[in-house]
Design a protein around this ligand. Sequence first.
Ligand code: ADP
Ligand code: MG
Ligand code: MG
Length: 874
Amino acid sequence: MNQKWVYMFKEGDPKNKNLLGGKGANLADMTQLGLPIPQGFTVTTEACTEYYNNGQALSNEIESQIKSCLVNLEELSGKKFGDNTNPLLVSVRSGARVSMPGMMDTVLNLGLNDEAVVGLANKTENERFAYDSYRRFIQMFSDVVMEIPKPRFEKIIDEMKEAKGVKLDTELDANDLKEMVIRFKALYKEVKGVDFPQDPEVQLMEAVKAVFRSWMNPRAIVYRRMNDYPSSWGTAVNVQMMVFGNMGDTSGTGVAFTRNPSTGENAIYGEYLINAQGEDVVAGIRTPSHISQLEQDMPEVYTEFMNIAHTLENHYHDMQDMEFTVENGKLYFLQTRNGKRTAAAALRIAVDLVAEGQITEEEAVLRVEPKQLDQLLHPMFDAKALKAAKVIGKALPASPGAAAGKVYFTAEDAKEAGAAGERVILVRLETSPEDIEGMAAARGILTVRGGMTSHAAVVARGMGTCCVSGCGEIQINEEEKHFSLGGMTFREGDYISLDGSTGNIYGEDVATVEPEITGDFETFMAWADKYRTLKVRTNADSPKDAQNAVKFGAEGIGLCRTEHMFFEEDRIMKMRKMIVSKTEAERREALDALLPLQKGDFVGIYEAMGERPVTVRLLDPPLHEFLPHTDEDIATLAGEMGITFEDLKATVESLHEFNPMMGHRGCRLAVSYPEIAEMQARAIIEAAIQVKQEKGYDIVPEIMIPLVGEVKELKYVKDIVVAAADKAIAEADVTLTYHVGTMIEIPRAAVTADQIAEEAEFFSFGTNDLTQMTFGFSRDDAGKFLEDYYGKGVYESDPFARLDQTGVGALVQMAAEKGRSTRSDIKLGICGEHGGDPSSIEFCHKVGLNYVSCSPFRVPIARLAAAQAAIKNK
Ligand code: ADP
Ligand code: MG
Ligand code: MG
């Protein structure tokens, strides 16, 4: 039998989202539950893949299966494609496994042609409505499927309104719209060189192909990269009979959530518009009414709607985001999916659903997107500053949080300013999927148009970015980059502040504070901790960071970088003295001056961490980084150090390296200058002894030697460290346990890990360097060309953000296995950026590492990701 590429909603397997896409699977599910769904069919994601394998063409087999489903649909609906009495019209909707803004816009009213428009007019007894639908369809099909720019059509509309001396579209009558259809078709022909397709089948096949093409459009590629979705998934296409919410006052369309997506409160939340079609609610052209108004307008429809909403929530055991349309008093559901929500809402809903007995703790843990937790840890307005600030406007509180920053008017400017370290507020008339990167770079988003379910609102909530939408009072000029509100004018770079929880807008830079964590968060994270097996540590170089991380649940420090300590003002001179020393004696003298400072740093960190393990890495960067580079700075320093300019300049030049990241750094420094490692080891041990004596903490320092590629170099440095440590312990006449281990960050170390483990008591995978060295490109330079790689589909994600499991991951796995083969109880961890990335954490779980270590703010994310990895891989 031939492969099945197309499924009627009645026959699709609702569990198979991979094949039918999320929208298609749920339409099948709702159909099979007996809910009122306009019928239709789904062209599978496999057909999308087949389309690409087939040189971007639909195979005959796929086309013929689509056609036979159309015949089925005609029978089911009693309507006929292209008919002049009762025409079948359909929507063509994209639908990947997961919902993806950035994909193709939906085409509504497909099937209209010169014949069917007469049928629609006859059936609805409304000629104006029919021709309005037809001209909209031509516009939408031309834009979405044929990529003819929208403004060309809008120009015609404007011309016609002007000729007639009217302002509003609604003032055009049926005859005007007939004329408009003629002009639109002429424009189509002018651009495309062929007539607007009259054959509904041709229209449909073109639309299906356009959906498949949209899977590879730049917005979709960016969105997938941001969310770790592979391009191999493909998208499905849903073809569904049209229902009309724009047939008068007993018709309408809306969007609703079964619980509040901002707070999680268990109460229906939504908006609808009387006499409107599909996109109108989302596009924010008219401001919709609250769903409770439906109870007044159409009580029976409201009751049925609420019943179905409850049915769906109980069926999916999760908060639902639903689209519905009422056609002449008859209710239809057009979509349901697990609703996007803020982190606070996600926690509350997960905790409530467990309390309601709908889901288990383990299921609850899987419900919250780890990266989302970030939102809960981000700033709120400082109460005092907020009181003093003046509200200059108010709009819809579309996505909570507080944001203060400089105004930018285009996604591109926002992206640029964000990359330059500015706090960005993106101000737009309305947002669209092209704006996604600019939105991601912004701390806050303000739109003039759009409701709580507008594009800006939905995307911002997903990203955890503060958003205030639908501020109609704003007068904006996007081209000239300024807007006015509350009697003030703002230009690019001016400060404003947004409160996404109240909708308030402030015309100034209002101070923000760190949020506090309570209630649902504690309950939920306790579940996560119960199910995870990976430990979570933090990368922290200061007592303050360490304290913060402990507050977020860190169980130790996986990476304490010592070089940061030498950049501080009171240290840098001493460090430089050490570096320019000509003899060992001179260098020792300089190091002696650094020792108490270094020891003080460790005391602070141990005190903050209590008995939690702390891994301290010996000096890692090339020495050159500590020295001044301009002649002016060199002269100043030479003066301060009492040496000549020429002398210092010569030293600086002698330390210059062509490729410092692969130069004299890491353990290589200790091989050349053992006294540096000696001083650091002594500081680490003496600090531990001091805190043990003063606080009674039993501290077991872990000393980590970086950038090892060969066991002998590790042994050389380790012997120095052990000698210094033992000497310090003997001098204090105490007992103290400590461990010496290494970073695995050079491919050679991974390959020879069995030998390395003879000396190392622990490995910490430094996956930043390991990624650079394995790929052979540097993290600092890769940004310049990786964009080309994404665009050309060579790489799908940034290997510095998401661990490359195939290459770098294979080295990690190999080193873990080799390490254990030599030393069965070797402790294994990861301390690169990847230690805070959920998909990389799952990999670490699978490979059997003992812990991941990440920046303090990512600790909760890592705890949750580790729990999810454990539950998924049970
Ligand atoms: P999106 O993923 O952007 O929400 P959808 O495919 O869900 O795109 O459709 C966009 C809008 O069009 C929604 O409001 C939806 O309810 C409406 N719509 C889609 N198909 C139909 C249909 N067959 N009849 C009426 N409205 C429809
Ligand atoms: Mg939708
Ligand atoms: Mg490194």
